[in-house]
Design a protein around this ligand. Structure first.
Ligand code: SF4
Length: 349
């Protein structure tokens, strides 16, 4: 794999180990990852340590949740021959780099990260008053820089995190003045965020209980669609509607073929079709995407060892790269473990 991917720019991205994924995760990130694996040298990790920054108390499902995420990745088409997949905590070098970065990152940088303030104010039900939560952008910086990632696919709201990663990289170089620049500065790769509503019309999210899961069977998908909210203007079958303000219309725009989208547009606005018929077409489109995913997933569910082997191979590849970066970091900081060699970071022997 390495000879084939050496010339490619490297992409780093992770997903929290939240258990099974939903269509919002697919549209917001995973679908894009599947396409990127042929363009870039991709490293994708299940971020179990990041999950601990907001949910540290109950770890009973953390391993299973990580595996579920991996199974959904494989189901969606991530291919171990074309990308590297692993679980963050299986590569402890991330933690070492996080520790070293935490020494040089000013508190003010972390306190001004927009999501930090926002989440502390808005998420009352979780204990976010921990060092781990404040420091998670530092861990993110370690996750990215340890692989010398060139690009990080992110949504608009995550751009400040990538900027912080770049600042940490610059500060490291400034302080330890390494002869070689250890860390290239990664660039954000903006992911166009398709609007994916949940069944209640709000953003699809597990915390709203409005999700369609990648593992939902056809009857479940059809049932969820049946109760999905529509354009409120269509009270009666004879009332014309507008797919642009209807969550089902949004699903069509993402998943249906152009001729179905045209039929929906025309039929909804003229009251030529009913919502039940329209929802049936949306369900058809979803099922045709989910069925092949579920077939792929089944292969790994029936033989979990296969998935674990993929993880182990990915971990080995990731640790090789991470280990080599850490050698450079220790060298730059005068922390080498060799008896001989430099004794301080500035290069005196
Ligand atoms: S016909 Fe379709 S797009 Fe129009 S309101 Fe009903 S469900 Fe929404």
């Amino acid at each position: 794999m390495s000879s084939r991917t050496n010339h490619r720019k490297r992409v780093l991205s992770g997903m929290r180990s939240t258990g099974k994924l939903h269509l919002g995760n697919y549209v917001g990130a995973l679908d894009n990852w599947v396409r990127m694996q042929d363009q870039f040298d991709c490293y994708f990790f299940v971020a179990d340590w990041h999950a601990l920054t907001t949910d540290y108390a109950d770890t009973s499902r953390i391993k299973q949740n990580s595996v579920e995420v991996l199974l959904d990745w494989l189901a969606a088409g991530l291919d171990p021959e074309r990308c590297t997949m692993f679980i963050q905590s299986h590569v402890p070098e991330h933690a070492e780099l996080h520790l070293l970065f935490s020494m040089i990152t000013p508190l003010g940088w972390l306190e001004r990260v927009p999501t930090y303030k926002e989440q502390r104010e808005n998420i009352a039900e979780k204990d976010l008053g921990t060092y781990g939560f404040l420091g998670y952008p530092v861990l993110q910086a370690a996750d990215i820089l340890i692989y010398k990632g060139n690009f990080v696919p992110v949504g608009e709201d995550q751009v400040p995190h990538v900027e912080l990663t770049r600042e940490i990289a610059r500060r490291f170089t400034l302080i330890y003045g390494s002869r070689n620049n250890v860390f290239p500065e990664p660039q954000p790769l903006l992911t166009p965020a398709a609007k994916l509503p949940g069944t209640d019309g709000r953003k699809m999210s597990k915390s709203y209980g409005n999700t369609i899961m990648l593992t939902d069977t056809e009857p479940v998908v059809r049932q969820k669609l049946k109760t999905m909210v529509t354009d409120p203007a269509r009270v009666r079958r004879s009332d014309p509607g507008n797919p642009d303000v209807c969550p089902v219309g949004d699903l069509h725009k993402i998943f249906s073929d152009p001729s179905t989208i045209a039929k929906v547009n025309e039929g909804c606005r003229s009251a030529g079709i009913g919502c039940i018929e329209c929802k049936g077409w949306a369900a058809d489109a979803l099922v045709s995407i989910l069925n092949p995913m579920q077939e792929r997933r089944k292969k790994y569910e029936d033989n979990p060892r296969l998935a674990w082997d993929i993880l182990e191979a990915g971990t080995a590849r990731a640790r090789k790269v991470a280990g080599s970066t850490m050698n450079e970091v220790r060298e730059s900081m005068g922390l080498t473990q060799n008896f001989e060699g430099r004794t301080n970071a500035k290069g005196s022997e």
